[in-house]
Design a protein around this ligand. Structure first.
Ligand SMILES: Nc1ncnc2c1ncn2[C@@H]1O[C@H](COP(=O)(O)OP(=O)(O)OP(=O)(O)O)[C@@H](O)[C@H]1O
Ligand SMILES: [Mg+2]
Length: 270
C-alpha cells in the first residue's frame, strides 16, 4: 500500500489518549482513549452518569480535561473554548438544538454564524439553504417555514445542517433521536449516514440500542467514567446491556470482555 493510500485509509481525525476529568472528588472520566476516523460513526453509550456528556463537552471545548491529550489531524490541540473547537472543525449539536422557534429555516441556519468566511444576502442564504438541504435529502417543504411548524425530525435536520455550514470534520450529536417517532428516527439516521458519507467523523450519544446498532460503525461503552468495551453493529442487544450495566461476571460477559479487549487492542493499534 502506498503512503498516501495508508494516510487516506485510516488516519484518525481525532485521537484522544488518557483523557480524565474530575469535578472535585468526582471522577467523571478516567483514562479514556478514543479515535475517530473520517467517514465513521462512533456511538457513545452508557448509563446515566457514565460520562458521555462530559466527554462531548471536553471535545466541544466546554470543559478542560484534568489529564490526557487530544490530537486533531495529527497535531496536539488545546480546545480552550467552544469557539476554538468550532474553528478547528469540531461541531456539536446539543440536545436542546438551540433553534429559534419564531424564525424560519434560513434564518436559523445562518444565525450565529459570524465565524463564516462568506457574507451572503437574503437570496444567497436562501439558495445556500436549499442546496445544503437538498444535498442532505432533507424532507423540509419550505426553507421559509418557521421552526415552530416543523416536526422533531425536521428540527434535528435543521440543527445538523446548521452545524455543517462551517464545514467541520467532526460532528457530535447528543441524543439525536430521543423523543422522535419511528419515521422521524429513520429520517435522522438516514441523515447521519449521509453526513458520514461526506467523510465526516460522527460521534453520537444515544440511549437507544436499536438506533446505535443501525448506524454506528463502532460502539464505545462508558461505565462509571471508564471505557467498558468497544463493540460493532453485530453486537447483540444483550451484550451491550451487559457492558452498560456491568452485570455480574458469567460466561457471556467473559466472552464479550475478551472480544472488547481485542477491539480495544485493534483500536490502539496494538
Ligand atoms: N459540571 C459538573 N459538576 C460536577 N459534576 C459533574 C458535572 N457534570 C457532570 N458531573 C458528574 O460527572 C459524572 C458524569 O456525568 P455525565 O453528565 O457526563 O454523564 P452522562 O453519561 O452524560 O449521563 P446521562 O445519560 O444522564 O446524560 C456524573 O457523576 C455527574 O454527576
Ligand atoms: Mg448526558
Amino acid at each position: 500500500m502506498s503512503a498516501s493510500m495508508q494516510a487516506s485509509a485510516a488516519e484518525p481525525i481525532l485521537r484522544l489518549r488518557g483523557i480524565s476529568k474530575n469535578f472535585g472528588a468526582v471522577s467523571a472520566l478516567t483514562d479514556i482513549d478514543l479515535d475517530v476516523r473520517p467517514g465513521e460513526v462512533v456511538a457513545l453509550v452508557g448509563d446515566n452518569g457514565a460520562g458521555k456528556s462530559t466527554l462531548v463537552k471536553i471535545l466541544a471545548g466546554v470543559f478542560q480535561p484534568s489529564a490526557g491529550t487530544i490530537e486533531y489531524l495529527g497535531q496536539q490541540v488545546i480546545l480552550s473554548g467552544p469557539g476554538k473547537a468550532l474553528e478547528l472543525g469540531i461541531a456539536t449539536v446539543f440536545q436542546d438544538l438551540a433553534l429559534c422557534e419564531n424564525l424560519d429555516v434560513v434564518a436559523n441556519l445562518f444565525l450565529g454564524h459570524e465565524l463564516s468566511p462568506w457574507q451572503l444576502d437574503e437570496v444567497g442564504m436562501e439558495l445556500r439553504a436549499w442546496s445544503l438541504l437538498r444535498e442532505l435529502a432533507a424532507r423540509i417543504p419550505s426553507v421559509r417555514q418557521p421552526i415552530a411548524s416543523l416536526s422533531g425530525g425536521q428540527r434535528q435536520t435543521v440543527a445538523i445542517a446548521r452545524s455543517l455550514l462551517l464545514q467541520p470534520k467532526i460532528i457530535m450529536l447528543d441524543e439525536p433521536t430521543a423523543a422522535l417517532g419511528v419515521a422521524q428516527t429513520a429520517e435522522v439516521l438516514n441523515l447521519i449516514e449521509r453526513v458520514r458519507d461526506r467523510g465526516l467523523g460522527v460521534i453520537i450519544i444515544s440511549h437507544n440500542m436499536e438506533d446505535v446498532r443501525a448506524v454506528a460503525d463502532r460502539i464505545i461503552v462508558l461505565r462509571l467514567g471508564r471505557n467498558n468495551g468497544v463493540f460493532t453493529a453485530e453486537t447483540t442487544h444483550q451484550e451491550l446491556v451487559t457492558a452498560i450495566t456491568g452485570a455480574a461476571e458469567n460466561s457471556v460477559t467473559r466472552r464479550q470482555k475478551s472480544r472488547s479487549d481485542q477491539a480495544i487492542s485493534r483500536e490502539a493499534g496494538l
